[in-house]
Design a protein around this ligand. Sequence first.
Ligand code: AMP
Ligand code: MG
Length: 476
Amino acid sequence: MPLLSDLHFDNRFARLGDTFSTRVSPEPLSNPRLVVSSASALALLDLDADEAQSELFTELFAGHKIWSTAEPRAMVYSGHQFGAYNPKLGDGRGLLLGEVVNQAGEHWDLHLKGAGSTPYSRMGDGRAVLRSSIREFLASEALHALGIPTSRALCVTLGDNPVYREREERAAMLLRLSPSHIRFGHFEYFYYTRQHDALRQLLDFTLSSCYPECLGDPQPELAMYRQVLQRTAEMIAWWQAYGFCHGVMNTDNMSILGITFDFGPYAFMDAFDIHHVCNHSDHEGRYAFHRQPAIAQWNLACLAQALTPFIEVDTLKAEIATFMPAFEQHYLHLMRRRLGWQGAEEGDSALIEQLLQLMQDSGSDFNLSLRLLAEGDTAARDHFIDRDAFDRWQQQHQQRQGSSETRQAALQANPVYVLRNYLAQNAIAAAEQGDFSEVRALHELLATPFSTQPNYADYAAAPPDWGRRLEISCSS
Ligand code: AMP
Ligand code: MG
């Protein structure tokens, strides 16, 4: 096991130079303490879970110390925010500390979010508050445990520094891990500033670091775009199949790896509502649950626009048109798995739609109803108002259900526990009072979401009334 102090860095992105990022040092948190850490994320760096207990760990991830071979930099990018182009964004409150190479030869970006101001902070303070850091930590690790492609989270640290939002809060830092921090917005920045040489360099870098398998293709750029599109379609299918609303699907929050990235006011839906808008600041409902697939496709068109210097427009248009069929295919696959259906039949899509309509009409809890159905629990029926309609649906469902093996597999596809907003809220409230035990317990629970844990029966239930309509907004 290597030690935290001698991680091996190979900072490829930093070597691209000042056109792509700016060297900035983190602004440390005062009186830092560790809120929570993820043993499985530590393992990605070949680190033992015990490392998180050391003073050095907290010092490193609260910006007090830095490895001599790390090279903290703020990346420049732009992007479409709520449909409008914003020419200059960039890492305003986060730094790419460097790239760690693990024993398997994988590169992992270490990104410290909430590390202080940078040239891209605009009017912001460069800080992250405790609640948003905890929310990103819990979501990253919970999505991963469900099998949903996502960036990871290593830890959250907390300081005494005051931060002013709607009220005074405390500054925190989150250490995010991802094989890459390149966003759609990186490409847009170099395209719209007409720096086509730099755009070419970025493309070559992304190809070699993220999509080396495309280099052998006669048209590597196109092969890469196709991969990004396919992976994004699959990611969105996971979101739709598990009731996950991202909340801020701006192109600067879209990873070039097609993984869930940059968590803000996200939510796992409780009661099923196809029009659910999780971001309190999204007045138009641009990023409503049912719009996520179309928005992802729109975002992919923005990325395509930035690649027009290298790929024919008509070729790109033809690729973009493959998004919805790809999404549908992945979505159907995931929903069949959740419902324990074997093989594929013509009427599957319509039968799924019927179930969702019944849930919509009844306000049924999305993940709980699906779990009860997978368990074959008659209590599922109690979650629907029109029981006759449910019984008619259930008959068809039973005909579609496969062998006992498929039904067994469905239990591994239907979580008992999901990261409900109110659960996160309870953990945050305790943490703000200095008690981190609830954050840690929730993180542990959500690391094995498919198995029932006797002490946590309440956590599987639908939310209490106060927890149904929590308002979460962008600014944190
Ligand atoms: P986000 O909503 O986190 O995706 O951020 C959108 C943009 O605003 C990015 O360029 C961020 O770096 C920047 N930003 C968000 N919050 C802050 C902050 N507190 N200080 C500086 N920049 C920020
Ligand atoms: Mg962002």
